[in-house]
Write a protein that binds this ligand. Structure first.
Ligand code: PHE
Length: 444
C-alpha cells in the first residue's frame, strides 16, 4: 500500500464527503437564496440543477481523484501525462479557489461561534456581552474568525482518518436529528404556514436568468464541486467503492439537508415577522439578506422560553461542526498539495497555509463592503463551475473511454451493462457543457 491516506471505510468517505458538502451552504446559503428568489421557484430550479448538472460532475470529480491518487495537481496530471501544464494550471486554480472560499467561510463560521457563546453569557446575566457577540463589528468578526481558523487548522494537522473522518462520522447524524425536532417545532408556530406556502408553492414569474445563475452557483457550492475538495477526498476513497452510487448518496444527503434547512428557515422568517421582526422592506425586498439566517434563528429560540437558550447552544454547536467538516475539506486542498508536491510536513503546512488564509480573511473583514461579496462571487459563481467544467471536459473528451470504464469498474464490475454507463459519458461530454454555457450566456 502507498503512504497516501485512506478512509478506513466506505461509510467514512460518504460521511466525510457529505461533511464537506453539508455546511453553511446548506443552512445559510440555500435558505437565503430561496428567500431572495421567491422560495419554491428557486427550490425547483435548484433541485433540477443538482440532478441534471451537479451530480454528473460530482461523479467526474470523484473519478479524477480516485484515479490520480494524490493532490489536485498530481491527480489532474495523471489524466494528461503529456501535458503537465494543464494539471498545474487547474490544480492551482482549485487550490486558490478552495483557499478563497475558506477565507470568507471562516468569517461566517466565526459568527456561528459568537452566536454559540451569546446564550451562555445571557444565562450568566452578562447581557451586554451577549449583545456585543450578536452585533456586526470588526473586533468580533476578527476574533471569532481566528478562533474558527484555529479549529480548522487543528483538525487538518491531525490527518485523514484521525481528524477528518472521526469528527464527521460522530457528529453529522446528530445535526440531522436536531433539524427534524426544530422543524416540527417551528411548523406549529403562528405564521409558519405563510413561509411554508412561499417555499412549496411556486410562482413561476420568479424564474429569471439571474435566478438560474444563482441556483447553479449554489448547487456547485453546496456539493463542494470544482474546488478539488471532492477530488482529494476521492483520492482517499477505496478502490472497491462504487463511485456512481457513493456520489448519489452524497448528493442526496446534501440536498436533503438543504431542503430541510429551507423548511426550517422560511417558516421561521414569517414566525419572526409575526413577532415584530422586520424581514422585508417597504419595496418588498429582503432586508440584509446576508445575515437573514443569523437574525431569524435567535428569534425562533427566543420563542422557546428557558429551553430556547439550551436549544440555541446545541444548535450553534452542531452548526459549527457542520461548518468545520466543510472548512477542513477546503484547507486540506492546499495542505495536501504542499505535502505531495513540495514534500513539506503536514503539521507545518497546516499552520503556515492556515495562517496565510487567516490574514487574507482579516483583510476581507477590514474591507467588508467591497471584498466579502466579491470574493464569494469570484470563487463560487465563476471559479467552482468553470473548474468543475474543465474536469468534466477532460474526462469526457480527452481521457480514454476505456480507462474511464476501468476506473469505475473496480467498485462496480457490471457498470458497462448499467443505465448509468449508457447515459453518463455522453451526457458529461455534451449536455453538461451546453447546459452550463446556456446558464452563463443567459446571465450576460
Ligand atoms: N459545500 C460546503 C457548504 O455547503 C462549502 C464548500 C465549498 C466546501 C467548496 C468545500 C469546498 O457549506
Amino acid at each position: 500500500m502507498s503512504t497516501h491516506g485512506q478512509f478506513s471505510s466506505r461509510i467514512g468517505f460518504i460521511l466525510a464527503a457529505a461533511g464537506s458538502a453539508i455546511g453553511l451552504g446548506n443552512i445559510w446559503g440555500f435558505p437565503t437564496q430561496a428567500a431572495t428568489h421567491g422560495g419554491a421557484a428557486f427550490l425547483i430550479i435548484y433541485l433540477l440543477l443538482v440532478f441534471a448538472l451537479a451530480y454528473p460532475m460530482l461523479v467526474a470529480e470523484i473519478i479524477v481523484g480516485r484515479y490520480g491518487q494524490g493532490d489536485p495537481i498530481k491527480s489532474i496530471r495523471a489524466l494528461l501525462p503529456k501535458n503537465k501544464f494543464v494539471g498545474t494550471l487547474l490544480g492551482t486554480g482549485g487550490l486558490l479557489t478552495a483557499s478563497g472560499i475558506l477565507s470568507f467561510y471562516a468569517i461566517l463560521a466565526g459568527w456561528l461561534v459568537a452566536y454559540f457563546f451569546a446564550p451562555v453569557f445571557n444565562m450568566l446575566g452578562m447581557e451586554n456581552v451577549a449583545v456585543w457577540l450578536q452585533e456586526f463589528g470588526i473586533a468580533r468578526n476578527i476574533i471569532f474568525m481566528i478562533l474558527f481558523m484555529l479549529l480548522t487548522i487543528l483538525v487538518v494537522k491531525s490527518g485523514v482518518s484521525d481528524g477528518i473522518e472521526r469528527w464527521s462520522v460522530r457528529l453529522m447524524p446528530l445535526l440531522l436529528i436536531l433539524f427534524v425536532v426544530l422543524i416540527a417545532y417551528i411548523l406549529i408556530q403562528d405564521g409558519a404556514s405563510e413561509g411554508l406556502k412561499m417555499y412549496l408553492i411556486p410562482d413561476w414569474s420568479h424564474i429569471t436568468p439571474s435566478l438560474m445563475v444563482s441556483a447553479m452557483g449554489q448547487a456547485f457550492f453546496s456539493l463542494s464541486l470544482g474546488s478539488c475538495s471532492i477530488m482529494v477526498y476521492g483520492s482517499y476513497l477505496r478502490k472497491d467503492a462504487n463511485i456512481p452510487k457513493t456520489g448519489a448518496q452524497v448528493a442526496l444527503l446534501d440536498t436533503g439537508v438543504a431542503f430541510m434547512a429551507g423548511l426550517l428557515i422560511l417558516p421561521a422568517m414569517f414566525v419572526a415577522q409575526k413577532n415584530g421582526v422586520q424581514i422585508y422592506d417597504d419595496a418588498g425586498a429582503l432586508i440584509s439578506s446576508g445575515s437573514l439566517v443569523f437574525d431569524v434563528l435567535p428569534e425562533m429560540f427566543k420563542t422557546m422560553g428557558v429551553m430556547g437558550s439550551f436549544v440555541a447552544i446545541i444548535f450553534f454547536f452542531l452548526m459549527i461542526i457542520a461548518a468545520l467538516t466543510s472548512s477542513i475539506s477546503m484547507l486540506e486542498i492546499p495542505v495536501s498539495t504542499a505535502i505531495h508536491q513540495y514534500n513539506h510536513e503536514r503539521e507545518k503546512s497546516s499552520w503556515v497555509i492556515g495562517l496565510l488564509i487567516t490574514v487574507f480573511s482579516a483583510v476581507i473583514i477590514c474591507n467588508f463592503d467591497t471584498l466579502f461579496g466579491l470574493v464569494i462571487t469570484i470563487t463560487t459563481q465563476y471559479g467552482q463551475p468553470l473548474l468543475s467544467m474543465s474536469y468534466a471536459l477532460i474526462l469526457g473528451w480527452i481521457w480514454s473511454r476505456k480507462s474511464l470504464l476501468e476506473e469505475i469498474k473496480q467498485g462496480y464490475p457490471d457498470v458497462d451493462r448499467s443505465i448509468f454507463w449508457k447515459i453518463w459519458p455522453w451526457y458529461l461530454r455534451v449536455v453538461c457543457p451546453v447546459l452550463m454555457l446556456m446558464v452563463f450566456v443567459s446571465s450576460l
